[in-house]
Design a protein around this ligand. Sequence first.
Ligand SMILES: Nc1ncnc2c1ncn2[C@@H]1O[C@H](COP(=O)(O)OP(=O)(O)OP(=O)(O)O)[C@@H](O)[C@H]1O
Length: 398
Amino acid sequence: MTTSPEIIRVTDVSKRFVLHKEKSLKERALRLGRRSDHVEDFWALRDINLSIEAGSTVGLMGSNGSGKSTLLKVIGSIIQPTTGQVLRRGRLAALLELGAGFHPELTGRENVYLNAAILGMTRQETDRSFDDIVDFSGIESFIDTQVKFYSSGMYVRLAFAVAVHVDPDLLLVDEVLAVGDEPFQRKCMDQIRTFQEEGRTIVLVSHSAEQVGDLCDRAVLLRDGHMQFDGVPRDAIRELRAGFEEDRREEAERRGDAGRPVNRGKIQSVRLLTDTGEPLETMPSGSPMVCRVEIDLDDSVERWMMGFAIETPLGQRVYHVNTHTEGVELKLGRGRHEVEFALPAVPLGEGDYVVRIGAGEVAGEMIDLQAHAATFAVESPTAGNGVIAVDAAIDVLS
Ligand SMILES: Nc1ncnc2c1ncn2[C@@H]1O[C@H](COP(=O)(O)OP(=O)(O)OP(=O)(O)O)[C@@H](O)[C@H]1O
C-alpha cells in the first residue's frame, strides 16, 4: 500500500485570544469613560496535532465556538498559532470569512485580479481564466460594480469562483458556501468532487452531517478547542451527537437548579426484536421489526409521548412516528413503563440504520432522549442503492 505525501502537518498547536471584557455601564461612568477593560485569556485551540495526506477531504466538525474556523485559519496561515507550528505544502486557496480577501471599494473585476494575485496567479494567468471565473460565478452583470454593494451570496459566488480557478493543491472552505443559493451550492459541490477526483486536498468546516458524510473521507471533531475525535465521518458524527446529548442533559440539570425537577424520567432499555421476539441485528428488507422501550418516570410527569425514528448513520431521518400524533395515550404514574412500536414491514434499502427514541411531555418539556438508542443492518437483494428498497427493472428500449 502506498501512502500519499503529507500536505499539512499541525504540531502541538494552541491558540489564545485575549478577551477584553467591558465592565458595567455604571463602572465605566464612574471611570469617566476611560476603558476599564478586564482582560482574560481564552484558548480557542489546545494542543492540536493533525497530519493531512494529499488528496484527502477532511471535515472539521463541532458545536458553535468549538474552534473549527480558528483551526482552518491557522492551517491557512491567516492567523498565527500562539504555540506550536503548521507546515503546509502546495498552492493554497481559502474561502474563509465572508468578504475576506475582497476590498469593498474595488469592483468585482478589480477584486478578481487582486485576489488571484494574492493567491499566486500572474496577470496573464488571470487574464486567461477571467471569463471562466466570471462565468462560474454567474454574476456577470455586476462584475464592474463595487463589491460593497454585493449581496452575501454574490460575494461568495465570486470568491469561490476565484478560489477554484487558481489551480490550488489545497482548498480550505469554511461554512460560507451555505449563503449561496441552492443551484450555486450544487455547483460548488460538483466542483469539490471534481477537485477530489483530481487528487487535490480539501479541508472544510461544516455543521452538516450529511455533507461531511457524503464528501469527506475523514472527520475531525473539536470540542472546546480540543481535538475530541479524528477518524471516519460516521463515528465523528456519532461522537458529536453524543456530545450534544450530554450538553442537553447538563442544560436540563442547570434548568433543574432553577426550580424544575430533573431526571423526571430515564429511558432504561431499547430493544429491537423480530416479530417472533428474537433479538434483531440484521434483517432482510421488507421484514417486520419490533422496538420495545422501557422507561422509568416519576410522578411529576404529566401527559407524555414517545417518538421513534429511524435514521441513517449520518442522521438523515427516514422514518418517524410519535404516540401523540397517532392518538395513543400513554399511562401516567411513578415507575417502569413499556412502549412497543411494531412495524409490520420495513422496506429499507441495504445499509446500516440507527434508532432514535425520545420521550417528552405533550406540553413540551423533554423527559429523555437517546439519539443512538439502537442500530440495525438491512440486507436487500434489490437492484440499486438508497434508503428504500426498490427492485428496478431496466430495459434497453433502443
Ligand atoms: N479574534 C478573536 N478574538 C477573540 N476570540 C475569538 C476570536 N476568534 C474566535 N474567537 C473565539 O474562539 C472560539 C472559537 O471560535 P471559532 O470561530 O473557531 O469557532 P467555530 O467552531 O468555527 O464556531 P461556529 O460553529 O460558531 O462557526 C469562540 O469562543 C470565539 O468566540
